[in-house]
Each structure stands twice: as C-alpha cells, then as structure tokens.
Design a protein around this ligand. Structure first.
Ligand code: HEC
Length: 157
C-alpha cells in the first residue's frame, strides 16, 4: 500500500514538472519604468533591484531550484500577486491615484518589515535590509509622497 502511494506521488511529481506557467521575463520597457515618473537615485535602485524586483517587476531572476515544481508554482503565485500590488516596470501607465497609493505602500511595507517577504529572505540573504537600507528606501518614498498633491491621496487603502 505504502509503495503504491509512493509510486503515485513520484509519478505526480514527475508529471507536474511539465505543467508550468510562463516565466516572468519580458523585454525591457523603459518608458513604463518608475524612474520616468520620479527620480530614483542609484542607492535606492540598487536596493529595490536586489530585494523587490523579483516579485514587483516584469523580470524575475530564477535560481535553478525555482524551476523545479512545485517550487515554481509557489514562486509564480508570489510574483503574480506581487505584481498586482506594485510593479516598478509598469509604473508610468498607472493612474495618478494609484501611483500615490503605491508610493505610500512602499514605505509602509518597508517600515513595518512586511516586505520583502520572509519566505524570500530565508533564501535570498542579500535581500535582508539593514536599517540603513530600509531608511534609504523609506525616506525616498516619503519624500516623493510629500510632493504628491493631497487631492490624489484621498483614498486610504
Ligand atoms: C517573494 C516575492 C516578494 C518580494 C521579494 C517583495 N514582495 Fe512585496 N509583495 C509580494 C506579494 C505576494 C504581495 C501581495 C500580498 C501581500 O501583501 O502580502 C506584495 C505586496 C506588496 C505591496 C502592496 C501592499 C498592499 O498593502 O497593497 C507593496 C507596496 C510591496 N509589496 C512592496 C515591496 C517592496 C518595497 C519590496 C522590497 C523591499 C518587496 N515588496 C519585496 C511579494 C514580494
């Protein structure tokens, strides 16, 4: 009985290797980048790139193990979910209200240590942000938010 279950499990694991959504890799689209809307200093860009872009941009760096199922599905879900909430590569086309919301969410998430996700920093140790790096990103987003007209900030959440 146990042998049968193991065989079915093994077959399932093999079969699911062939069922996979497309990778999150697109050709660069600089016209939509956040840096076309707000200045993004190198010091900030570097941090966003290593700690956020894998889930919040149109290009993910895939480590070898991430191509194995079911890791790939799990990662893909995070990427699709993450991009729905914030996409640095599709920033320019958002409504002004949405841009304001995204900017506010960036510093809220970083200040509250919600982002980057814990499950990500377990593996990507370089994405664990030092207090200085957190402050760099947070202060940058706050400075932008301060410049945004109040009329665009109406909706909380
Ligand atoms: C491993 C993937 C992953 C990484 C890396 C990651 N995020 Fe996220 N992010 C998500 C997912 C999934 C969601 C949506 C679900 C949630 O809020 O937990 C999200 C949501 C968000 C939101 C929206 C929150 C809201 O309330 O709508 C913001 C803003 C955000 N992330 C910013 C960041 C920033 C800034 C970084 C880097 C410092 C980062 N994320 C790194 C996956 C990720």
């Amino acid at each position: 009985m146990i042998k049968k279950i193991l065989l079915v499990l093994l077959a399932t694991i093999i079969i699911i290797q062939f069922i996979r959504p497309a990778k999150n890799i697109a050709s660069p689209n600089p016209a939509q980048d956040i840096s076309t809307v707000y200045p993004v200093p190198d010091s900030v860009h570097k941090i966003l790139l290593k700690a956020c872009y894998d889930c919040h941009s149109d290009n993910t760096r895939y480590p070898w193990y991430s191509t194995l199922q079911p890791v790939y599905w799990w990662m893909n879900n995070h990427i699709q979910e993450g991009k729905r909430h914030l996409n640095f590569d599709e920033f320019a086309s958002q409504t002004p209200e949405k841009k304001a919301k995204w900017i506010r969410h960036i510093y809220e998430q970083v200040d509250s240590n919600e982002m980057p996700l814990d499950s990500y920093t377990w593996i990507h140790k370089d994405a664990i942000l030092s207090n200085e790096e957190k402050a760099t990103v947070s202060n940058w987003a706050k400075a932008i938010y301060a410049q945004i007209p109040d009329s665009l900030k109406k909706k909380k959440k």
